[in-house]
Design a protein around this ligand. Structure first.
Ligand code: COA
Length: 259
């Protein structure tokens, strides 16, 4: 399949999906979110695909977040649509009945960390960095980060990451349980493929059931996802949002006033 911001390649039963905007650290603009959704619909329909490898183009970033330049002028209504669309797309990833391995090859920030957390397995290269830096922009995560980060690493560590916006490195992410393996960058893709090949030898029915059931474990939390969408949109009404994104785009430190 042909996409603008995604590479979609199927070989030996594995669909390798590469977010392909390396000059923008693979930031997720709205087109890319829509393309990820379309790609997962195609993956579910294609019997030749037994598993999915999701990664970012280039050696520096998996995905450095939602595209700040694109959403910098969004109204709350546009922000709500953005968050709804992102939630729907990442739910497709999470509920894909074929195994999805995130091969995290660098920065996984904001929407990048959220996308990785929607995958079933996360492995990372030694240079990977994880974070939810939205607070530095005067906003909150809008693609499920307030919910999935707590799920994956527990309240205390998630609260610290969400409230400080600080990044953690690959070792810290492994120790926290956010990822399951760290490998040298040159081995990242081959290791992800080995994992997917191993899984694809198992029963597709059992694989699909396990994915459904591990997701079901968390279903009682779904109220938080809905609240995140509306509270993300509300952030776009504030002076702090304007200051936060202007500061990022002007490459300076933001001065927040709480307005
Ligand atoms: N949205 C839009 N553009 C982004 C981006 C994002 N989330 N992340 C990086 N970029 C762009 C930069 O603006 C820059 O573009 P330019 O060359 O036109 O100026 C380019 O990608 C390279 O990034 P740069 O900041 O110069 O690289 P760096 O190595 O100094 O820093 C990061 C890398 C990832 C630490 C830094 O880019 C960053 O903090 N990005 C934003 C992370 C974030 O807040 N994500 C959450 C968004 S809700």
């Amino acid at each position: 399949m042909e996409f603008k911001n995604l590479l979609y390649e199927v070989a030996d039963g594995i669909c390798t999906l590469t977010i392909n905007r390396p000059d923008k650290m693979n930031a997720l603009n709205q087109d890319t979110i829509n393309e990820i959704k379309q790609a997962f619909q195609a993956i579910e329909e294609d019997d030749a695909v037994k598993g999915v490898l999701l990664t970012g183009a280039g050696p520096k970033a998996f995905v450095a977040g939602a595209d700040i330049a694109e959403f910098s002028a969004f109204t709350p209504g546009q922000a709500e649509k953005m968050a709804q669309n992102g939630h729907r797309t990442f739910n497709e990833v999470e509920h894909c009945f074929k195994p999805v391995v995130a091969a995290i090859n660098g920065f996984a920030l904001g929407g990048g960390c959220e996308l990785a957390m929607a995958c079933h397995i996360r492995i990372a290269s030694e240079n990977a960095r994880f974070g939810q830096p939205e607070i530095n922009l005067g906003i909150i995560p809008g693609y499920g980060g307030t919910q999935r980060l707590v799920r994956h690493i527990g309240f205390a560590r998630a609260a610290e990451m969400l409230l400080t916006g600080d990044m953690i490195n690959a070792n810290e992410a492994k120790e926290a349980g956010l990822i399951s393996k760290i490998v040298p960058q040159e081995n990242l893709i081959s290791t992800a493929k080995e994992l997917l090949n191993k899984i694809s030898q198992k029963s597709p029915l059992a694989i699909a059931q396990i994915i459904k059931l591990i997701n079901r474990y968390y279903e009682h939390e779904s109220g938080g996802f809905e609240s995140e969408i509306s509270e993300f949109a509300d952030c776009f009404n504030t002076e702090d949002f304007k200051e936060g994104v202007s500061a990022f785009l002007e490459k300076r430190k933001a001065q927040f006033t709480g307005k």
